[in-house]
Design a protein around this ligand. Structure first.
Ligand code: GAP
Length: 475
């Protein structure tokens, strides 16, 4: 007998996101503990966020999945962790001190807001104005002429606060891979072509952060520098372009129909790039970059070789030729992927006259895979249910919840994307069986407790298959 005659959807999920999706997610994020403003008890701080228990689990899953596919499942990519604060010469050589800046304009009218000059048309459009309307998007006031604003945060190393002690918080993790290239090459038995990957915090004093965790001032990157022989770089660029697009659809379950690859025009290429493609997602505020794939040529290694005086060339042991390797870089952001997954998974449907919110997340990304719910708060159910949840912990990401009515608890798990709920009811005491309820169709099946791990594994396999079909078809 099912633990609860759970409901069936009166409408099929449409997959159409609500108009106010971002606001809904911000509210869900706070209510359920995915993300919320940093230092909120002091009124927060602009464009900095904290991640709650569920957000932390979700981010860890994203990070682990990236690491597994980029490093652990390959024999040609190794991982490192470099420091956030590096020798400031790194940022001089890389071009960041001179050129890592955005054009900034100030409103001299009533709102006094500060804007990125290249974002003005979009900001006007977001407020229902013509993209080329004159003046400030907010109040129409006169704008100053654009001036360049360097995005790197500065601080001082040691006790003396003068220019000789000035250092930077890294604005990208990539430079760690370039300056450690020789050490990794000499210590890891890798031969070109091979990659170095790392994941960690980066910092940018963005002029116009926004759209919640889409653009923040402290964020987490997952970057990989793939070193290859000049002349093979176009091939590897194509390879990583395709591979990174595939990853979002097949391994994160993001809908193909909301993803696209967009090649950069020549005039938008970064100073180091010969070619670049963005994996873009269709956000409620338009297409936006989710990940960038760039052909950085030998720009960085050559620049560091010149500035440091250390030979960063590679001697091919087979051909005997010596060259400075070219680099293909896929660069992604954990925060942005998290927002994208939440948006892509968000769905609402009417069930028995009430709106059911459900995150149709990939079962391997969901913060909780299996929730264990005793039907009632009576000890005869809670004690064995708790023991069962402990038994499942080594095998699945679990949660235990005994508060409120069972229907409310199902809804709560739907809202955080939990694929499976196990309900322990009074019959369980007699028949040694429990009910597994799945998130998407809300179907229930009775299974013996003895074989529960296997039954859950089978259901997760079916979930993976359904997620892949949905992501691939774009529905
Ligand atoms: N090393 C190359 C590089 O950093 P990028 O396009 O500036 O390239 C790569 O950044 C990724 O890092 C972006 O696609 C995005 O996911 C993430 N990212 C960049 N700036 C960000 C910000 N201010 N807030 C959140 N994520 C950001």
């Amino acid at each position: 007998m099912p633990a609860d005659s759970d409901d069936s959807a009166s409408t099929l999920p449409t997959g159409t996101p609500p108009a106010n999706l971002l606001e809904r997610l911000v509210s869900l994020g706070k209510q359920r503990g995915f993300f919320f403003p940093s230092s909120e008890i002091y009124g927060g701080i602009n464009a900095l966020y904290d991640y709650g228990p569920l957000g932390t689990r979700l981010r860890r899953n994203i990070r682990n999945r990236w690491w597994r596919s980029i490093v652990e499942l390959r024999d040609d990519i190794v991982g490192i962790e470099s420091s956030v604060i590096m020798n400031p010469q790194v940022w001089v050589a890389s071009g960041h001190v001179a050129g890592f800046s955005d054009p900034l304009v100030d409103c001299t009218g009533s709102c006094r807001k500060r804007w990125r000059a290249d974002h003005l048309p979009a900001e006007r459009a977001a407020r229902g104005k013509a993209a080329d309307a004159p003046g400030c998007p907010e109040c129409g006031g006169t704008l100053t002429a654009p001036r360049q604003f360097n995005l790197m945060f500065r601080t001082f190393l040691g006790a003396v606060e003068d220019s000789s002690a000035q250092v930077y918080l890294r604005p990208e993790t990539a430079q760690g891979m370039f300056v450690d290239f020789k050490s990794v090459l000499n210590s890891s038995r890798q031969r070109i072509p091979f990659g170095i990957a790392q994941n960690g915090k980066s910092f940018r004093n963005e002029i116009s952060p926004g759209n919640s965790i889409f653009r923040t001032r402290e964020f987490e990157q997952m970057e990989m520098e793939f070193f290859c022989e000049p002349g093979t770089d176009d091939h590897w660029f194509e390879h990583w372009r395709g591979e990174r697009f595939r990853w979002y659809v097949e391994e994160l379950g993001v809908r193909r129909s909301r993803l696209r690859l967009r090649d950069h025009e020549k005039d938008e290429l970064a100073h180091y790039a010969k070619a670049a493609t963005d994996v873009e997602y269709l956000y409620p505020f338009g297409w936006g970059e989710l990940e960038g794939i760039a052909n950085r040529t030998d720009f960085d290694l050559s620049a560091h070789q010149r500035a440091s005086g250390v030979d960063l060339s590679y001697l091919d042991p087979v051909s005997g030729s010596r060259y400075v390797p070219y680099v293909i870089e896929p660069a992604a952001g954990v925060d942005r992927i998290m927002l994208t997954i939440l948006m892509d998974a968000f769905d609402e449907e009417i069930v028995r006259g009430e709106t059911r919110t459900v995150l149709r997340m990939h079962p391997d990304i969901a913060p909780v895979q299996v929730a264990v719910l005793p039907l009632s708060k009576k000890e005869e159910l809670t004690v064995p249910a708790r023991a069962l949840e402990h038994r499942l912990r080594p095998h699945f990401a679990t949660d235990y919840d005994e508060t409120q009515a069972i229907g409310r608890r199902y809804r709560r798990q739907d809202e955080i994307g939990t694929p499976l709920a196990v309900t322990f009811d009074f019959d369980s005491l007699q028949d040694d069986a429990v009910t597994i309820r799945e998130r998407d169709g809300m179907t229930q099946v009775r299974v013996p407790i003895a074989g529960l791990e296997g039954a859950l594994r089978d259901q997760l396999i079916a979930f993976r298959r359904r997620t892949a079909e949905r992501a691939g078809s774009g529905a």
